[in-house]
Design a protein around this ligand. Structure first.
Ligand code: DGY
Length: 334
């Protein structure tokens, strides 16, 4: 039987199809699987069900020359050196689609909470500072009818746009692969930043998007505008964001992801009343996480059966179909 590493707990009913065809080594302790544990247990494995918190690089791939497939339980793969996987003959799978709606719900929950100052209001009540109703107290801007700028009109961006239409918002967006979106206007990033009342980051992290929202970009936003990030922390320059929030050059921010992540409890972002931070919970609904785990298992079992993975990652090694080679060293480069 092939050996497969699973670097976090997966419920038995979901893991079962894999357990019937592979010998499983699973990290099921509290906290992340330490790198030392991965380095110790990967040798001899043919498959790996990985998490976005595992840093997957050439060093790890080198210790496991028999590794053929990595199936990650997330859509984002910025923790994986995909080129190194290709060079080592490792096919990669991930979990798009099944988390789209949950993540778009989180984006909307964050932007509604930030615009209508919900966390601040809740804090005031808890501190016993709730006074008599006052017509001019605790005002905010409107959520309905606002202009929303969606940076990245992929699956999650489009799901956010569907929700925005229900709030009668004007929708502008940027996209890397041109597409027509109903009731929405494609604009450049600078124009989007200048026009929007709410800017939502929904683009994948890669060399082209790392640091794309820095001091210059933040300075283009309206003084009343909000920045929402449900993608990856390093897309936004954290120091520049702290500066903009402290100066009041933007209205506020709501972040599901940060850089660094996790954010240390004494981080300046957490001192700011106009910044709402939640701990990377975009897809953290039980149904979405079960579907992500199910798809991650399906990618692995498909590979081991020499069938096409339901969600293979382009750029990783092609999957050898139908004629599954015995585990062995990776093909020689070139
Ligand atoms: C992903 O799948 O990339 C998400 O960030 C997990 O919530």
């Amino acid at each position: 039987m092939p050996r497969v590493l699973v670097s976090d707990f997966i419920p038995g009913d979901i893991l079962d199809p894999l357990a019937r065809m592979a010998e499983i080594e699973m990290w099921d302790q509290v906290g992340r699987a330490p790198r030392a544990w991965l380095l110790e247990h990967l040798p001899g494995c043919e498959g790996w069900l990985s998490m976005l918190s595992d840093r997957i690089d050439a060093e790890l791939l080198d210790v496991a020359p028999g590794l053929r497939v990595i199936s990650q339980m997330s859509v984002g793969v910025d923790n994986i050196d995909v080129a190194a996987c290709r060079e080592h003959g490792v096919s990669v799978g991930h979990t798009p689609d099944v988390l789209t709606e949950a993540t778009a719900d989180t984006a909307f929950a964050l932007l509604a909470a930030a615009v209508r100052r919900i966390p601040e209001g809740a804090e005031i009540v808890k501190r016993g500072e709730w006074g008599p109703w006052d017509p001019w107290y605790f005002l905010s801007g409107d959520l309905h009818g606002a202009t929303i700028g969606i940076v990245g009109m992929g699956r999650i961006g489009q799901a956010i746009a569907r929700r925005a239409r229900g709030f009668d918002m004007e929708i502008v967006y940027t996209t890397r692969s041109p597409k027509e979106i109903d009731d929405a206007t494609e604009v450049g990033l600078e124009r989007l930043l200048e026009m929007s009342d709410i800017v939502v980051i929904a683009v994948a992290l890669d060399d082209g998007t790392q640091g794309m929202i820095g001091r210059d970009q933040l300075s283009r936003m309206k003084e009343t505008a909000f920045l929402v990030n449900v993608a990856r922390g390093p897309i936004v320059d954290t120091d520049a964001l702290v500066f903009a929030l402290t100066e009041g050059s933007i209205g506020g921010a709501a972040l599901d992801v940060t850089d660094p992540e996790p954010l240390p409890p004494d981080h300046p972002l957490l001192e700011l009343p106009n910044c709402l931070v939640v701990p990377h919970i975009g897809s953290a609904t039980l149904p979405a996480r079960r579907e992500m785990a199910t798809l991650a298992v399906a990618n692995l079992t498909a590979y081991l059966r020499q069938q096409p993975m339901p969600a293979w990652l382009p750029g990783s090694a092609e999957q050898p179909l139908g004629d599954y080679p015995a585990p062995g060293p990776p093909p020689l480069a070139g």
